[in-house]
Design a protein around this ligand. Structure first.
Ligand SMILES: *Cc1c(COP(=O)(O)O)cnc(C)c1O
Length: 839
């Protein structure tokens, strides 16, 4: 294969091209030794096989081309890669007849450091989603942006201030390939912006079986300003951000169309991508000669939205003027008014609002919506309730699919070994539930040994990384030599690494620095701590937290026990989650939508000490780790102090003593029992295998079915539904209720109610008795049956319903909701009338 960015390789080495461009290497690790053999220095520094192929000398390549054992190994690896691509999969085994296609849209992807296009958890999740889709054979194609500078890299200056550095991502050195159109030209996707056309170039990334398409604007045909649109991730102002989101949504859909791909499902990873739903409808509209609303009704069945935001203030919001400027031309194309366009992203239906909210747009244009943990689902129902006036919070249409992590990307070589021994090689290619039993059988000795190896590796890595960062700052040889002796491979090792932002409370452990110092330097039971994390460039508070840590680690007394490692990235995260004994997480509940870093320690035998927030609120039981907080939300100012106290107490009185309580062989049996419980009970459950299987069953498959049904025959059902909705909406005000009568009966109540529907036929409504469920109860809400006509009334009926219950009649309130068998309520129509009066 001749690649535009690669010189010709000597005969026999051609297979290196495909091997290096398939990111499967990033998690199979099967070829690590091969890249290392070609160029150990570049491999160690960059973990980028593609760069190795570009930079290695001709001489080295000639040598390798003569090396029979290297060639044999290359053959074996390329064959293994092909076998992986052809292998049977969970999806194929279970849904052999399903030929649906899912398109996944995300602003960021964390796949490997060789492709640094992420800032944090959202990107990691997206990366793990794609890798898992590859492993499970789920038919996903993904779309994102290629940033010239990505997210910033972090350094600290001598005073501990964060410096932001933006090294240039050289596209030709990243494992990506330009996509060619049929005529051989570079595929470019045009987008109409005010006064100009923006061209987006298309690149392809091979993520195992999954294709990821990346768009970038750095094309010489664009204006200098527009070339910078895909410059930075989460940099620039509101306008840049808006255009980035237009590029992702509109550009993303156009790119897929240009490639001949017509997905059944669009999955929006956060509201950033929501414009894709409009572009999808626009395509449908033009191809089927229907109007925008009919097209939206038809295509919405296939749209899935995952929200990650825990507070309304964090939604992506654009001012009206910007939407007006950028949306004017587009509204014309859609055949809707500027006001109607605005209304799609506004709280009110009339489009008078001043703010266009991307999450609202997503709620209006997607049929299946989920938060990312059980608690976050609940929080989301609260923060979206503005969009569904008169609906009880529990019926706000947001469910949850708890996040998971792609285990093969985060396990250590030693964890891989021990899991392979007990659960076999293909364990993360299928259903994870069966793994728990096998891991339970692991002996104390084996568990404690592998933990020791992982901790040792982390200590080595941390020393090197520290020496490198000190060297960068110009430290002298004496200091560098000292750094080589910091930390201790046998000491209880705590890890804290995350974005430094207020709600994560990265200073909670530092609240009483002297107490932390005493804890770390205890002469009998010493402790060590590794800290890392970046603050967003505009987050001054976050930067002050970093400075506080920098100040603390420079205390001579704690130097050997605590290090701050700069530039928290995937590589560092991998080392940390593999090596620590305890992973600490201190968010302010309920601000951590899910959190995933704590899940990454599970497979490696690390234990969690975390606030009862996000995933930990549903994972925690006393035998698997430790919990902070009381499982409630607290706004009072003194609460941080309470939790800081709890954090120190747990460490001093429980965690540290347990780690050092050893049996005659030197094994901490209680500790190991917790490792075993955490590994067996939690690692499978919080793997992305479980997560993606839930997405398939609860979101993708129903979405495929709904999309196909609604779009069949040029969108016939879509048109029916659009007409149904406007009819019902127009006449909804005519509904009124009267004469509620309740009679006591044997074992319950008989309700009857007069319902006047006006122009609305009775089959377009459901009349129901609503009651808040009592604790722990899941009641089916009883439907009231349409009985006799009310004489002289148009569509006036007596509805009645007998219920068996011990609850008082006053717990039940009748209500009328719009109903169509093919419409989801309330996400597609929230039309509802409640019984208000007493009669
Ligand atoms: C996993 C990961 C995250 C997300 O972790 P949180 O639990 O949300 O803090 C962020 N950054 C990196 C580098 C990660 O690996």
């Amino acid at each position: 294969m001749v690649h535009p960015y690669l010189r010709e390789l000597p005969q026999g080495l051609e297979k290196l091209v495909e091997l290096s461009l398939d990111l499967h290497w990033a998690w199979s690790h099967g070829s690590d030794h091969l890249w290392q053999e070609i160029d150990p220095a570049v491999w160690a520094r960059t973990k980028n096989p593609w760069l190795i192929l570009q930079s290695v000398s001709e001489r080295r390549l000639e040598q390798l081309a003569q090396d029979q054992s290297f060639l044999a190994e290359l053959d074996r690896l390329e064959q293994a890669r092909r076998d992986y691509h052809k292998s049977e999969s969970w999806f194929g085994d279970n849904y052999a007849n399903n030929d649906g296609l899912i398109a996944y849209f995300s602003m960021e992807y964390g796949l490997t450091e060789a492709l640094p296009l992420y800032s944090g958890g959202l990107g990691m999740l997206a990366g793990d989603h794609l890798k898992t889709a590859s492993d499970l054979g789920v038919p996903i194609v993904a779309v994102g942006l290629l940033y010239q500078e990505g997210y910033f890299r972090q350094m600290l200056d001598a005073r501990g201030r964060q410096l932001e550095i933006y090294p240039y991502n050289i596209p030709t050195s990243m494992p990506i390939t330009p996509v060619r159109a049929e005529d051989g030209s570079w595929l470019g996707v045009p987008i109409e912006l005010p006064g100009r056309i923006l061209i987006l170039r298309v690149w392809q990334v091979q993520v195992g079986k999954v294709n990821l398409y990346l768009l970038d604007s750095n094309d010489a045909m664009n204006t200098p300003l527009d070339r910078g649109i895909t410059g930075k991730l989460y940099g620039g102002g509101l306008e840049t951000r808006l255009v980035q989101e237009i590029a992702l949504g509109l550009g993303g859909w156009r790119a897929l169309a240009a490639l001949g791909l017509r997905p059944d499902v669009c999955h929006l990873n956060e509201g950033h991508a929501a414009f894709v739903t409009m572009e999808r409808a626009r395509y449908f509209m033009e191809e089927n000669n229907v109007d925008f609303w009919e097209a939206l009704w038809a295509t919405r069945g296939g749209n899935v939205f995952t929200t990650h935001t825990p507070v309304a203030a964090a939604f992506d919001v654009y001012p009206r003027v910007l939407i007006k400027e950028y949306g004017a031309h587009y509204a014309k194309q859609l055949g809707v008014s500027a006001r109607e366009l605005m209304a799609l992203g506004s709280k009110s239906h009339n489009g008078d609002d001043d703010a266009f909210n991307m999450a609202y747009l997503a709620m209006r244009t997607c049929n299946r919506v989920n938060g990312v943990s059980e608690l976050h689902g609940k929080v989301s129902r609260r923060i979206f309730d503005d969009l569904y006036p008169h609906w009880p919070e529990r019926e706000i249409p947001v469910g949850h699919i708890t996040n998971g992590i792609h285990v093969p990307s985060w396990d250590s070589p030693w964890a891989d070994e021990i899991w392979t021994k007990t659960c076999g090689k293909g364990r993360w290619l299928g259903t994870p539930e069966t793994l728990s039993e096998a891991i339970k059988s692991l002996g104390d000795n084996a568990l404690w040994q592998f933990r020791g190896k992982e901790r040792h590796e982390l200590v080595q890595y941390a020393r090197h990384r520290l020496a490198r960062q000190l060297g960068q700052r110009g430290a002298d040889d004496e200091m560098l030599a000292k750094a080589e002796n910091f930390l201790d491979p046998n000491m209880l090792t705590l890890g804290f690494a995350r974005r430094f932002t207020e709600y994560k409370r990265p200073n909670l452990l530092l609240r009483d620095p002297d107490r932390l110092e005493r804890l770390l330097t205890n002469s009998v039971h010493p402790v060590q701590l590794i800290v890392a994390g970046k603050a967003h460039p505009q987050d001054e508070t976050g930067k002050l937290f970093i400075q506080a840590w920098a100040e603390f680690v420079s205390r001579p007394s704690v130097r050997a026990h605590v290090v701050f490692l700069e530039d928290y990235d995937m590589d560092l995260a991998q080392e940390m989650v593999q090596g620590v004994d305890v992973w600490i997480n201190t968010p302010r509940r309920p601000w951590e939508a899910s959190g995933t870093s704590g899940m990454k320690v599970l497979v490696n035998g690390g234990l969690n000490l975390s606030e009862l927030d996000g995933w930990w609120a549903e994972a925690y039981t006393p035998g698997v780790g430790w919990a902070l907080g009381d499982g409630q939300e607290h706004a009072e100012p003194g609460w941080d102090a309470v939790e800081a106290e709890q954090l120190y107490d747990l460490l001093e009185h429980e965690i540290v003593p347990m780690y050092y309580r050893r049996d005659s062989q030197g094994i901490p049996c209680e500790w190991v029992a917790r490792m075993r419980a955490s590994m067996s009970q939690l690692a499978p459950q919080f793997s992305s295998n479980r997560m993606l299987q839930e997405y398939v069953r609860n979101a993708y498959l129903p979405a495929i079915a709904s999309y196909r049904k609604r779009t069949a025959e040029g969108g016939r059902l879509g048109k029916v539904l659009a007409a149904w909705e406007s009819e019902v909406r127009r006449n909804w005000h005519e509904i009124h209720l009267s004469n509620l009568e309740v009679k006591q009966q044997e074992g319950g109540w008989l309700f009857s109610l007069q319902v006047y529907l006006g122009a609305i036929p009775p089959e377009s409504v459901r009349v129901q008795l609503y009651a808040e469920p009592e604790a722990g109860e899941t009641v089916e809400l009883p439907m009231m049956a349409c009985g006799c006509d009310i004489p002289g009334a148009i569509h006036g009926y007596v509805y009645d319903c007998a219920i068996m219950t011990t609850r008082p009649a006053s717990d039940f309130t009748p209500r009328v909701m719009a109903y169509h068998a093919d419409v989801l309520t309330p996400i597609e129509t929230g039309l509802i009338v409640w019984w208000q009066g007493t009669s």
